[in-house]
Write a protein of this length. Structure first.
Length: 648
């Protein structure tokens, strides 16, 4: 709650002391004439545009002035308002706060605490009023500070009787102060530390605070930056537990590490090999065995044979057969470059193979099918690869979709990353999901909010509603434009006013959970959310947090709200893309978010200390560790070794 200082003293309805005295008297003269003959037990102290301050024989009252009603009998108006529980005794701060909340919820805005302060009759009354508010807030430990800009948090806190410290400082700028003792008390109270600090910056909390101070940040949660997340999830297999923790994260490489550059190049090569083999099988399956080659084809059959050889080598390395071989060598770079040229011409320029009479096409297809089956078994992420070998490049220190590009050329990727390194930028390169779930022929992603209330032991809450974000153009892999592939709100906001190419899309490119469920139901997939998608989101979140828990700093009286982004594949498998430290919650960017954002904030700040039966809104506890975690989790429990099995 905030007050603007305005000196306006009006005593017994006779005198006005104001910086704009004449104007004020002119505006209120007619109103005062209408009510000056009111019952003597009411003393009119002040009249403003929308309310009247009155002194009753048993206390002070503030009443709304309804300009639409007959002003001849103000007493009746007051009694009607009192019966409707709109008038309140200003000596009772609890009642005043309660009435203000009712007015805020109904959007009438007739009773405002700032009117009480602005229109009080004397400076002593002002200071006494401030002292009551401050003392109540301090006794209940309800002083908060917003570090940064985040106005959306004020309303739910004010509804619970919290006072913003920055706003209180405006209240002590009083003219004609005579109550020096009271003012000293106000100053003393203002020096008390805040009980709750809401930080808006993504950095770890650097300011020393009392351990009893509630803070909305955890220090050391290294899983939200793209670089840290990529590093932490390398060990995610240690934290797998069936039905509890199972993260699916598209493979990712940090290019500031030389060894990871080499690993990426090898991954790119193998993905190209499986891509050309998938193309070979796909084309022949829909158009017949001879559709993949022709006498006038430009690509030699060696392209397929080379890919098969490399896949066989890859499989032998996975079962460690290369250890006993002295002759094992990787293909030289020149040979790989030639293969990538063939692969690029086939995939990007629709070239076909040249007929070769020495090769039995049916035997080659059978061998290709068998090799791809083995590759899928050894490379679980091969289902996200598709045939195009597309990778997404993300700056490690940027957000809101800035600097993100898609590329499927090894030379282009290396050039982009090397150029960025010269400018001091770090990139991560992640495999792009080439088979996303399409809604109305358009790519979507899922924003899932979750809350951590303890890091040691880990306690995680997940919000029951979600935000579905749409791209603005129909999905295709022939065009890498951001409007097709990046569903980020900031990115797609730029394209809302352009001519619509798909009239089935929501006008603001947003859905909530109910909209998404309705769509699934229309496709006879109504159980997909509850049985597949939502459980997968839970397991992804728990896995990512457990993999990062060793780096989390535990602090009591801390919590943090995050926003995780997921992509759903066409088989309803769920893939974690990134976790945002400061998910956008203000300002709303659509009708959907105008409803969701305040609800998320409201449920986030609910007081869970009042007991286990306290309502948590739409937040559901999805993971509660029994003991604090120390060290690597070997069997998914993190605290002890054990033997699992069933009694015979």
């Amino acid at each position: 709650m905030q007050w603007e200082q305005t000196e306006c003293i009006y005593s017994r309805g006779d005198n006005v002391v104001s910086s704009d005295k004449d104007t004020w008297i002119e505006n209120s003269k007619n109103d005062y004439d209408n009510i000056k003959n009111i019952d003597p037990k009411w003393q009119i102290s002040l009249i403003s545009e929308n309310c009247m301050i009155k002194k009753h024989n048993q206390g002070w009252q503030i009443c709304p002035k309804n300009m639409d009603e007959n002003q001849d009998d103000v007493k009746i108006i007051v009694e009607e308002k009192k019966s409707a529980a709109i008038c309140c005794n200003r000596d009772n701060i609890d009642d005043l706060l309660e009435e203000e909340n009712k007015e805020n919820e109904s959007d009438h805005g007739s009773i405002l605490l700032k009117e009480c302060l602005r229109l009080l009759t004397t400076s002593d009354a002002r200071i006494n009023f401030i002292l009551k508010i401050l003392t109540k807030a301090l006794n209940e430990r309800k002083i908060f500070v917003i570090s940064g800009i985040f106005p959306v948090i004020r309303r739910p806190l004010n509804k619970r009787g919290w006072i913003e410290k920055k706003a209180i400082r405006k209240m002590i700028s009083l003219a004609c102060v005579t109550n020096e003792g009271g003012l000293e008390q106000v100053e003393k109270l203002l020096r008390q530390p805040a009980n709750f600090i809401w930080y808006t910056n993504k950095k770890a909390v650097a300011i020393r605070t009392d351990e009893k101070t509630l803070i909305n940040k955890f220090a050391g949660c290294y899983f939200t930056s793209k670089i840290d997340m990529c590093n932490n999830l390398e060990n995610v297999s240690w934290f797998y537990e069936a039905g509890v923790s199972n993260i699916q994260f598209p493979r990712c490489y940090n290019f500031y590490q030389t060894i990871q550059i080499e690993e990426f190049k090898h991954d790119f090569y193998i993905t190209a090999c499986t891509g050309i083999l998938k193309w070979f099988l796909f084309l022949t399956s829909i158009a017949g065995p001879n559709s993949a080659w022709a006498p006038d084809g430009t690509i030699p059959i060696n392209a397929i044979l080379f890919a098969l050889e490399r896949c066989v080598e890859y499989l032998s390395v996975r079962i460690h057969e290369d250890i006993d071989r002295d002759d094992y060598k990787d293909a030289p770079a020149t040979v790989w470059n030639q293969f990538l040229d063939w692969y690029g011409n086939i995939i990007n320029h629709h070239a076909i193979l040249k007929t070769n009479d020495k090769v039995d096409i049916n035997e080659l297809l059978t061998l290709t099918d068998n090799i791809l089956r083995e590759m899928s078994r050894c490379r679980p992420q091969s289902r996200v690869d598709g045939m195009r070998n597309i990778w997404i490049l993300k700056p490690g220190d940027k957000s809101l979709g800035r600097g993100i590009v898609l590329k499927n050329s090894l030379n282009d990727i290396l050039h982009k990353v090397n150029q960025a390194a010269k400018e001091g930028m770090q990139y991560v390169v992640q495999k792009y999901i080439e088979r996303p779930l399409l809604v109305h022929k358009t790519k979507i992603d899922v924003r899932q909010w979750f809350l951590i209330t303890s890091t040691q032991p880990l306690i995680v809450w997940m919000y029951k509603d979600i935000l579905i974000r749409f791209a603005s153009r129909n999905f295709t892999l022939d065009d890498f434009h951001e409007s097709i592939h990046l569903c980020n709100t900031t990115v797609q906001y730029k394209y809302r006013k352009l001519p619509r190419t798909n009239l089935h899309l929501p006008s603001e490119f947003h859905w909530d959970l109910q909209n998404f469920k309705d769509y699934l139901r229309s496709r006879n997939e109504e159980t997909a959310w509850e049985k597949i998608i939502r459980p997968s989101i839970k397991q992804n979140l728990i896995g990512a947090l457990l993999a990062s828990q060793d780096y989390m700093v535990n602090r009591k009286n801390s919590f943090q709200l995050y926003g995780a982004d997921f992509v759903i594949m066409d088989d309803f498998s769920v893939w974690l893309i990134e976790i945002n430290t400061n998910p956008r919650l203000h300002p709303p960017s659509s009708t959907v978010t105008a409803k969701l954002y305040p609800e998320v904030i409201e449920d986030t700040i609910k007081n869970r200390r009042k007991g286990r039966k306290t309502l948590h809104g739409k937040f559901e506890c999805i993971f509660k560790q029994r003991h604090a975690f120390y060290g690597v989790n070997v069997l998914g429990q993190g605290t002890s070794l054990g033997i699992r099995g069933k009694k015979i």
